[in-house]
Design a protein around this ligand. Structure first.
Ligand code: FES
Ligand SMILES: [Fe+2]
Length: 330
């Protein structure tokens, strides 16, 4: 499964947390090193491995806009080419095979996104609709590190039928727990569905495989209370919760949470973010304990309810198609 996830763009870290000095990260089970050739240069992402004798480049240093391996001092430029081997005489050329593996990286929405493939998938663009819109304000909440598979994490973020049990007093379906019919659509980006609980219109967008956006629009201010609305909800208020899950390894996931809102922009951001530690902890306890740890590939392996689990059934179909050649896809 990890192999098939390499083309997708994953949020490796917050861009402003990436310094000049080499730093080790793990994505899809592979060790990576980030560094910057200069303080304000774009971050570089490479495999954390020197081709000479396999030392981790993250143990080295940045020198003359290159990264220097800690073992024998070979230096690689930001494209990955080895530009200096100290044990060779002055003027000797470096072998053309002496290269570090450089990966595609992009800075967007405050994150450094990485694809581990020569041919990356389409870039996740859902947040671009609000990111530069002055009517909205986006706030980074926190990163949550869970010992769980990213697909279990994403499925949990999409699943609203657990709200009235796990998140009582925080985010319950106003007319729950019975789940009404709702349409789940697949599209090029992933999947989407909307659900009106009599207080909020909840519009979910999954950017496949692990980015979940939960856009809540107040339709009836008197219909209920959700912690992330603030305490003075008005019709049309939109609060967008983005759960950006980064698959570190098979059962290790980092979840970056971003809250975007078009209301009460003058209020303290913490009014809209302070409940997350509680809500995420309520979810973590459940999701880390789910077995099997991976979402089963075969739909028959767990029991699905047609209406309450509609989004999850579609998501599992998409997961089961991961890595299949295009001619075998529906
Ligand atoms: S292992 Fe990197 S220079 Fe020798
Ligand atoms: Fe939850």
């Amino acid at each position: 499964m990890l192999e098939a996830l390499r083309p997708y763009w994953h949020p490796l870290a917050r861009t402003n947390a990436i310094g000049m000095a080499p730093e080790r990260h793990v994505l899809l089970g592979e060790a990576l090193v980030t560094w910057r050739p200069a303080p304000d240069a774009a971050p570089v992402v490479m495999k954390d491995l020197c081709i000479h004798r396999g030392a981790p480049l993250s143990g080295g240093a940045v020198e003359q806009e290159t990264i220097r391996c800690p073992y024998h001092g070979w230096r690689y430029d930001s494209d990955g080419a080895c530009v200096h081997i100290p044990s060779l005489p002055e003027g000797a050329s470096t072998p053309s095979k002496a290269r570090a593996v450089r990966y595609h990286a992009r800075d967007a929405y405050g994150f450094l996104w990485v694809s581990l493939s020569e041919e990356p998938s389409a870039f996740p663009d859902f947040l671009s609709t609000v990111w530069d819109d002055p009517a909205y304000r986006s706030v980074y909440v926190a990163r949550y590190d869970w010992n769980a598979a990213a697909a279990r994490v994403a499925e949990n973020a999409m699943d609203f039928s657990h709200f009235n049990f796990v998140h009582q007093g925080y985010t319950e379906l106003a007319d729950g727990p019975v789940i009404k019919p709702h349409e789940v659509s697949r599209d090029a980006r992933g999947l989407s569905y909307a659900y009106d609980d009599g207080h909020l219109l909840r519009e979910y967008v999954l950017e496949f495989p692990f980015l979940v956006h939960d856009r809540k629009q107040v339709t009836n201010p008197a219909g209920g209370v959700t912690w992330s609305d603030g305490d003075a909800a008005r019709t049309g208020d939109i609060t967008l919760l983005s759960f950006l899950a980064c698959p570190v390894a098979e059962t290790t996931t980092q979840i970056h949470v971003l809250v975007t809102r078009n209301h009460a922009l003058d209020r303290d951001d913490s009014d809209f973010t302070s409940g997350f530690d509680v809500v995420m902890e309520q979810d973590r306890v459940i999701v880390e304990a789910q077995r099997p740890e991976q979402v089963p590939e075969d739909l028959k392996e767990e029991l699905h309810l047609r209406l309450p689990d509609a989004a999850s059934i579609t998501y599992r179909r998409m997961l089961s198609e991961l890595g299949l050649p295009a001619e075998l896809l529906p």
